[in-house]
Write a protein that binds this ligand. Sequence first.
Ligand SMILES: [Fe+2]
Ligand SMILES: [Fe+2]
Length: 234
Amino acid sequence: MRTPMTTQSLHQTGELTSERPVPASGPVDATPISLTPPDGDDLDPIWRSVVTETRTRGNDIHLPMSLAYAERLCTAHHEANRLLVRVTIALHDTGWGRVDEDRILSEGFSGDWRKAEIRFEHERQGCLIAREVLPPLGYDADFVEAVCAIIDGHDTRQEAYSLEDALVRDADRLWRFDHAGIALASGWFRMDPAVYSDRLEAEIIPELITAAAIEIATAELGRSRALLKTAVIR
Ligand SMILES: [Fe+2]
Ligand SMILES: [Fe+2]
């Protein structure tokens, strides 16, 4: 059992400057994500608490991969609250595990999917799960609320409130640029890998907030396109 955390700094968030993209303050690693899996085992008790919730909507792929990207973004932004970003990205989509699975594909990926009621519902459920899982593991109330403040609206809110919020948002998108992300997410949108890769470049890269995420996404997309031969198989 970890020791309870009570110091102020554990839930403090960094200021998000208005400059876009937000420049990195530390080194950016744009090598394949499989070279830097999630760091250490301190989040293992959290993972064990949400195994059931990872079995929906590819969360058992999306969440650990996004954590690996989030850790890279934290290294590129050493002023960020690394623990807050790591815990939040690990839990952010667990709410999908508690919504009606049939509605995920029918509403969550069609029409105006970003505003679908099921998206708000997965954010609400994700906050409930964070409030269930984190306190027994020793995370204090202020930290849990800081986690929930980012999970709430992570898909449906337009703007990021803090540097940590921005890093979670970017990490949530970056996994799609790896070939595993393309393999999984292209099917959700009923697109082939070539068309989905084009969409990533045209629609998702412009949504990235940090320069580090843009650099990583561009490098991963180039590798994935070459690997999947998307220039020819289209
Ligand atoms: Fe989400
Ligand atoms: Fe996500």
